[in-house]
Ligand binder design. Structure first.
Ligand SMILES: [Zn+2]
Length: 164
């Protein structure tokens, strides 16, 4: 189309609720120490992902965070915000506002934000591997979190509106 650069597209973000058990198993974690060099073979780690043994740990910032609370809050507020017709990037900002106004502790608001904001969300790459969020996913597995939020980016051709 004339006047429209071929590389022009619109970024459209989608918030999807996902089961943690459906996420890829995090690999290649070199730090923190509590996540590096997990001795369990892959099959055992998969089984642990499916049948978690929740344990509270105080070893690092990932494990200190209550990801069940953050995930539940994010899922609940997203569904509220979606019902109000707000989607994509603005939905993430609105969820953070609501979480703050509910009186959630700052660290918990930050955890909710890192699940719903488009800056650094848990997301998958084109091959279905984890693009971002390995440590958060591992901490969720260790805590027995069942559901969380996955962000998906769809690029729409500016000229046609079709997925690029
Ligand atoms: Zn840890």
């Amino acid at each position: 189309m004339k006047g429209v650069p071929v590389t022009a597209w619109i970024e459209q973000w989608h918030h999807d609720t996902t089961r943690v058990v459906d996420l890829p198993l995090p690999q290649e974690l070199e730090h923190p120490e509590c996540m590096a060099g997990r001795r369990l073979p892959r099959l055992h780690r998969r089984i642990r992902q499916r049948f978690p043994r929740p344990a509270s740990r105080d070893c690092c910032t990932y494990h200190r965070q209550d990801w069940a609370l953050a995930s539940q809050t994010a899922i609940r507020l997203l569904s509220q915000v979606h019902a109000e017709g707000v989607t994509g990037e603005p939905a993430g900002s609105r969820v953070v506002e609501l979480a703050t106004s509910e009186g959630l502790a700052p660290a918990d608001v930050a955890a909710v934000e890192c699940l719903v904001d488009t800056l650094d969300p848990i997301s998958l790459d084109d091959d279905g591997g984890i693009y971002e969020g390995r440590h958060r996913i591992q901490a969720m597995i260790d805590q027995g979190v069942t559901h969380t939020v996955l962000l998906r980016l769809v690029l729409l051709d500016l000229a046609t509106g079709a997925p690029a």
